[in-house]
Design a protein around this ligand. Structure first.
Ligand SMILES: NC(=O)C1=CN([C@@H]2O[C@H](COP(=O)(O)OP(=O)(O)OC[C@H]3O[C@@H](n4cnc5c(N)ncnc54)[C@H](OP(=O)(O)O)[C@@H]3O)[C@@H](O)[C@H]2O)C=CC1
Ligand SMILES: C[C@H]1O[C@H](OP(=O)(O)OP(=O)(O)OC[C@H]2O[C@@H](n3cnc4c(=O)[nH]c(N)nc43)[C@H](O)[C@@H]2O)[C@@H](O)[C@@H](O)C1=O
Length: 359
């Protein structure tokens, strides 16, 4: 990409989109097109098509999607399949119609079968059955990969699909019902710390009956305790207990969004469809995994966050909540061979986001 190329980042206010925008600005790119959801609803096919005809971006980072943790995926199954298919169909097809030079589509590690061998190689796509909790989301993402591949093969476009592992960073979703595990655990332990310190004035309740922190509280202590308890944070014999979901045994791999953004820009600048598809008689699985190549149990993640947040209460596990896939470690050898490697350690990354969270 030239430094003055016109770049559209779909989802520029989200976790990944905002990191891509920050990194591009840092690297000296200047010509961005960004639209909030209120300005352009990506579910609206006609509006998206007109936007592309008008703006004619050179490059597109497709980081807009319906995203959430295990419970959100499992609960809002219809919204996850509809919105993701619709957003990606609208953007990929409009990009083709308006002659976009290159597009990067963001998928997810959940596209791989739930019992696939570890680490997950790109070639395991469509080899077996998916994890049920996020099947609608995964099917939409698989459709996106195949749409990019099919447009490349039929129309000669250069659309690359990248499959990130679980991500975290600034601008993450901290809603305790819909978030991913890492931000949820930071928030739960921060609230637990405030509760232990009897810092009632820093805990309040929002209009949707959810705990909020860092504001001067107006609700009564009883109301605050009842809401915290609803989210599994409570007092027992004067010590704080926090409830986490599932068994704590599943393993996950985490990548900081700054690393993710750097990888996306690297792929956009250095890798084309021909590089990933090259040499294959049957052109399939032309997507690229993005991760750090290391995972840990959810229990060990919880202990790491406990240490960073400095929460000294108890942790208990709610077996009624789903574990999801037991393991999804990415095989990142394809990306490493193509020249990119993650740099931010999990402990440093968590310390970085907890610092920002406290701000
Ligand atoms: N977070 C993770 O752990 C992982 C994410 N991914 C993938 O990475 C990509 C980015 O995810 P992430 O940054 O975490 O997600 P976020 O939810 O943080 O950001 C998504 C962005 O998409 C925008 N958006 C959603 N629907 C619409 C719409 N109808 N019209 C306009 N804008 C819309 C949101 O806008 P608004 O701000 O208005 O809501 C938001 O800015 C996604 O494709 C996701 O599937 C893959 C693996 C892991
Ligand atoms: C990125 C990825 O994200 C999702 O898959 P997931 O990795 O299973 O999601 P998660 O981050 O929500 O949970 C990871 C693990 O952590 C456990 N867990 C413990 N306690 C809490 C907790 O308090 N909140 C949450 N959310 N999880 C918790 C939880 O039970 C599970 O075992 C999919 O959307 C999928 O589509 C996708 O792409």
């Amino acid at each position: 990409m030239d430094k003055n190329a016109k770049i559209y980042i779909a989802g520029h206010r989200g976790l990944v989109g905002s990191a891509i925008l920050r990194e591009l600005q840092k690297e000296g790119y200047t010509n961005f097109v960004t639209k909030t959801r209120a300005e352009l609803d990506l579910l609206d096919q006609k509006a998206v098509s007109e936007f592309f005809k008008q703006e004619k971006p050179d490059y597109v980072f497709l980081a807009a999607a319906k995203v959430g943790g295990i419970m959100a995926n499992n609960t809002y199954r219809g919204a996850f399949i509809y919105e993701n298919l619709q957003i990606q169909n609208n953007i990929i097809h409009s990009a083709y119609e308006s002659g976009v030079k290159k597009l990067l589509f963001l998928g997810s590690s959940c596209i791989y079968p739930k019992n696939a061998p570890q680490p997950l190689k790109e070639d395991y796509l469509l080899s077996e059955e998916l994890e049920y909790t996020n099947e609608p989301y995964a099917i939409a993402k698989i459709a996106g990969i195949k749409m990019c591949e099919s447009y490349n093969l039929q129309y000669g476009t250069d659309y690359i699909s990248v499959m990130p592992t679980n991500l975290y960073g600034p601008n993450d979703n901290y809603n305790l019902e819909t978030s991913h595990v890492l931000p949820a655990l930071i928030r739960k332990m921060h609230l637990g710390k405030l509760l232990k310190a009897n810092d009632w004035s820093s805990i309040d309740i929002d209009l949707n009956n959810r705990p909020i922190e860092g504001v001067s509280g107006t609700s009564s202590q009883e109301e605050k305790l009842a809401i915290l308890e609803k989210y599994g944070i409570y007092l027992k014999d004067n010590s704080v207990v926090i409830t986490l979901w599932g068994s704590g045994k599943p393993m996950r791999e985490f990548l900081h969004s700054d690393d993710m953004a750097a990888a996306c820009i690297y792929v956009m600048n250095n890798i084309s469809f021909d590089d990933v598809a090259e040499g294959k008689t049957e052109v399939r699985n032309t997507h690229v995994n993005i991760g750090c190549g290391e995972d840990l149990t959810i229990k060990d993640l919880a202990l790491t966050i406990k240490e960073v947040v400095d929460y000294d209460g108890e942790l208990v596990w709610d077996a009624d909540k789903p574990d999801g896939t037991m393991r999804k470690l990415m095989d990142v050898s394809k990306l490493e061979k193509l020249g990119w490697k993650a740099t931010i350690s999990l402990k440093d990354g968590i310390a970085n986001v907890y610092g920002k969270y406290c701000e």
